[in-house]
Every structure is written in structure tokens, then in C-alpha cells.
Ligand binder design. Structure first.
Ligand code: SIN
Length: 526
């Protein structure tokens, strides 16, 4: 047994877990509405995925562009996007753009073009440092209005008859904290650390999905992981906007191959380019990005420029080796348009949630946009939950983890069995291997993250096995065509259900999982 040590209890109206774009904007909105807010993050306030976002925000280019942006979004989503919610998010995003500009946010002049967009509409800030600039701006506006706690890792939610009424956290020295809250927003980002090569930072360990699932929320389409087509071989992102500005892809034979896959060449939707890059690398031995046609590379893409230089390559002379890397979790905790999960008082915003905007293939630069809109919407809905009849009975659960040195094993199982091209037999093998991992009590953040990753890996593999079709980012060699009716794969800790897209939030097809309920926190993944 581990020593549970000392514990502190704090109270707030609204708890927000995660300090990226969705969490920070939710905090701003809720504090404007008069709620007391506590923002808790396991790292530093400016860590996580948002500061890594190079491509900017794909706001519609004015009201007249909403219909065209919606059409691009739905086309990229391959039949799994929710038209109603997508339309609302795009429309509402312009109010947030106006508010940001009124508050003093500075965007670069001009609009960038990215894959899948029928016209330039992506706004950048600080060149390819858009996410960092936006996040610094949002946190500068939070000022003293919102309390925040860095280095506190939320490892469990408190659920009672009222819903989620608090959360248990552990700090870097192992001290425990209970946050009593009237509502909780999960804004913890994605899970790229499931894979060996990812564009995501080390914090992206799927914690919010694991917390929500264990609390009773429904996970939707988690098998839909987007692979970015142009990462350096270590996962460092080379923004798609470079291709929008003229960069081209060639294989080892020097052949500019994209025209053989799509008439939009390098600016085809991301799923098409990622698969083409994967296939060409398999066939010819490698794929390279030619950045020489990009004018003003060092000024417009300083991060890309420096990353390439750090490899000892000169982007004005050399071709740059690239490969697909896991980039964005399109599925997540299923929410309605206001961020409500299936559990009362629990909301999800940003990459951790699944609103229906991204479908089976997120349109480039739609994610910061969704983070803003859903951060604001969740906060607005959450402050309506500010009444609670009884105090929660605080009882710290024992945090469970998986040994630190098994992180690499989880990643390699996922990378070998659930990558750009998938087969049923690989997925079953991956599932069997992941399920063999046992968990033990632990107060170590990295080990607890491992338990979250293993839980998520099971769900991704199980979802990918149930998705017997190819659609968007999910390509099955044994089922190369899309199913005639688009469907969602919804999972809870004990069930997996196939939900036709038109049924939206219907639970009619829920069935117990065939392999039994073995995903309790105590026995995470094993
Ligand atoms: C990129 O800059 O290519 C990434 C932007 C995104 O994923 O939306």
C-alpha cells in the first residue's frame, strides 16, 4: 500500500482541468459571468498542445464565408460530422474573433491556405507560433480574476448522486488535494503520447478521456486519430501552411506524387495526404518536403525553419525527410453543443471532447476554433449548475499506475498495430497485448499517466476493431471501403455500441462489450 500522506481541501464554483485554449477561454468566460474559477494543470500554465499549434485558427472569412467553410468541414469529415453543431460552431466563432480583437489580440495580416480549405481563411499570430501567442494572450487577460494551480495532476473525479462534485489531485511532491466544485470542465487535450511518433507534447496522455470514462461519460469515435502528413521523423510538425505557401512533396525517386492521389495535390485533405505519404514511403523508401518554393520561410515559419536547421539541413537547399505522425484525437468524450457529457456537472471542451465538428477527418486549423467556442459554451452551461444540496463525502481513491518503463511498450504496441493502415488481426493482437498490462498503486504522475494511456489504448484498439470500414483517418486494409451508413462507435467502461450518425445522441444500440467489464480504475487495463 502507498502512504496517502497529507491532504488539502479547497472549494470553487467551477473547476477547469487543463490550461490550453479551451480551458483558458472557459475560465475567462466563467469569470466574466461571476463564477469563482480554479484552473488546475499538471504542468505549467503555458504547456500542453495549444502552444505547439503552428497553423492558426480557421475562422470563416466573414459571414459570407460560413457556408463554404461548413461545406469544407463536412467534406473533410467524411460523413461523420454533425452538420447542425458544425454550423453553430463556425457561425459563433466570428463573435469570439471580434471579442478577441476588441480585447487586443493581434493577428498577422493576410490569410493562409491549408489542405481541404477551398480558399485561404487561416489566421496566424506570430507566424507559425499562433497557438503560443493566443494562449499567452488569454492568460494575460485572466490576470488575478482566476485562481490557478500548476503541477497538480487530477487523477480521479468525485461522482455522487448530484453528478461530478469535485476532483482528486496529486502534486509533484505526492501531496493530495480535493477540489470541491459545483461543475467541472475537462479541457485536457488529446492523447498523441499513445504512439511512438507524434506531433504532440509529452503532456498529451489522454487524462481527461480516462477521467471522464471512469466517471461514467461516453466515449465517441476514439479510434479516429488524425495523422499529420508532414512531420519530421521525430514527430516535429512541419505546418500544412507551408504546403499552402508552395512546398511540395516528392518521393525518393524525385517524383512529385500527390497528383496521382488527388487533384488538389499537396492541398488535398489531410487523410488523403497522410496515406499517400505513407504509401510512397513504403514503395520508394522515403518522402521529402521541398520547402524551397516557400517565400519568406524564415519569417513566416520561424519554428519550421529552426527545426529544419537543427537537423543540419538547409531548407533553401535541401529536401527535408517527412513522415506521417499522430497529431489529433478526433473522437473524445461525447458532448452536446454546450459541452455536457453524459454525467451531470461534467463538461468537456476542446480536443478531449467529441462535439461532431471533426467527423472522421478534422479540417486543418479547426481545432483552436473549436477550443474557443466550446470553452465559452461549456463555461456558460456550467455556471448554470451552481447549486448543490449536500457536501460531497471526501474519500481519496488510491491512484493507480503502470511502471514508467512500460510507456515505450504501450507506444510501440499502438504504433505497430493501430497506425495509418490497420487490419483486424493487428488490432486484436494489440488489444491482447495491452490487456496484459497490470496496474499498481502509485503516486507518480508518469505512472498514473501510463494507466490512462493503457485504458485509452484499449478503447482505441477496440473502437478500431469495431469500425469495420475505412473512413477518413481510419483505413482498414481488410475493409477498404466506407460503410453505406456512417456510424459512430460509442464506448463506456462496460459497453460498446454502434450508433448510426443520424441518431445523434441516441443510446438505442448500447450492448455489453463482448470481452467483459475489466477497465475499472483499480484494475486499469488488466
Ligand atoms: C499545421 O499547422 O499543419 C497543423 C494545424 C492543424 O493541425 O490544424
Amino acid at each position: 500500500m502507498i502512504d496517502m500522506g497529507r491532504a488539502t481541501v479547497v472549494e470553487t464554483d467551477l473547476l477547469i482541468v487543463g490550461s490550453g485554449v479551451a480551458g483558458a477561454y472557459a475560465a475567462l468566460t466563467a469569470s466574466d459571468l461571476g463564477a469563482s474559477v480554479l484552473l488546475v494543470t499538471k504542468g505549467a500554465l503555458l504547456s500542453g498542445s495549444t502552444p505547439w499549434a503552428q497553423g492558426g485558427i480557421a475562422f470563416p472569412d466573414g459571414d459570407a464565408d460560413i457556408a463554404s467553410h461548413l461545406s469544407d468541414t463536412l467534406k473533410a469529415g467524411r460523413g461523420l460530422s454533425d452538420k447542425g453543431i458544425s454550423s453553430e460552431i463556425l457561425e459563433e466563432s466570428l463573435d469570439h474573433l471580434r471579442l478577441l480583437v476588441d480585447l487586443g489580440m493581434k493577428f498577422d495580416p493576410g490569410l493562409a491556405l491549408e489542405g481541404g480549405h477551398s480558399k485561404p481563411r487561416v489566421m496566424h499570430a506570430g507566424g507559425d507560433r499562433s497557438g503560443l501567442m493566443l494562449l499567452k494572450f488569454l492568460h494575460s487577460k485572466l490576470g488575478g480574476r482566476v485562481k490557478s494551480l500548476e503541477g497538480h495532476f487530477v487523477y480521479s473525479l468525485h461522482v455522487d448522486d448530484e453528478g461530478v462534485t469535485g476532483a482528486y489531485a496529486i502534486d509533484e511532491s505526492g501531496e493530495l488535494l480535493f477540489v470541491r466544485s459545483l461543475a467541472t470542465i475537462l479541457a485536457t487535450g488529446g492523447s498523441g503520447q499513445l504512439f511512438t511518433v507524434t506531433t504532440n507534447p509529452t503532456e498529451a496522455t489522454g487524462d481527461g478521456v480516462a477521467l471522464g470514462l471512469r466517471a461514467g461519460a461516453v466515449l465517441r469515435d476514439i479510434e479516429l486519430e488524425q495523422f499529420h502528413p508532414t512531420a519530421l521523423l521525430d514527430g516535429t510538425l512541419i505546418s500544412e501552411a507551408c504546403r499552402g505557401d508552395g512546398a511540395i512533396l516528392v518521393n525518393s525517386d524525385g517524383d512529385r506524387f500527390m497528383g496521382r492521389y488527388d487533384r488538389s495535390w499537396e492541398l488535398a485533405p489531410r487523410d488523403v495526404v497522410a496515406r499517400a505519404v505513407y504509401e510512397e514511403a513504403m514503395n520508394s523508401g522515403g518522402v521529402y518536403l521541398d520547402l524551397r518554393p516557400v517565400e519568406g520561410l524564415a519569417d513566416h515559419f520561424p519554428t519550421v525553419y529552426e527545426s529544419v536547421l537543427s537537423l543540419g539541413l538547409n531548407p533553401f537547399v535541401d529536401l527535408v525527410p517527412v513522415a506521417p505522425a499522430v497529431h489529433y484525437q478526433m473522437g473524445g468524450l461525447r458532448t452536446d453543443g454546450d459541452g455536457h457529457t453524459a454525467v451531470r456537472r461534467l463538461f468537456a471542451a476542446g480536443e478531449v471532447g467529441s462535439t461532431g465538428l471533426h467527423g472522421a477527418n478534422r479540417l486543418a486549423s479547426n481545432s483552436l476554433l473549436e477550443g474557443l467556442v466550446m470553452g465559452a459554451r461549456s463555461a456558460t452551461a456550467a455556471v448554470k449548475e451552481l447549486d448543490l444540496s449536500a457536501d460531497p463525502v471526501v474519500d481519496f481513491p488510491i491512484p493507480m499506475g503502470i511502471a514508467a518503463d512500460r510507456r515505450a511498450e504501450i507506444k510501440s504496441i499502438m504504433s505497430e498495430t493501430c497506425s495509418v493502415v490497420r487490419t483486424g488481426s493487428d488490432l486484436e493482437r494489440g488489444l491482447a497485448e495491452i490487456k496484459r498490462m497490470g496496474s499498481v498503486p502509485s503516486k507518480n504522475r508518469f505512472e498514473i499517466e501510463n494507466a490512462n494511456l493503457a485504458l485509452l489504448a484499449e478503447c482505441v484498439l477496440r473502437g478500431a476493431a469495431a469500425r469495420t470500414e475505412s473512413r477518413g483517418s481510419h483505413f482498414r486494409l481488410d475493409y477498404p471501403e466506407p460503410a453505406s451508413t456512417p456510424f459512430h462507435v460509442d464506448q463506456t467502461m462496460t459497453t460498446l455500441s454502434i450508433v448510426p450518425e443520424a441518431d445523434g445522441l441516441s443510446d438505442s444500440a448500447v450492448a455489453p462489450r463482448s470481452d467483459g467489464p475489466d477497465l475499472t480504475q483499480e484494475g486499469a487495463s488488466g
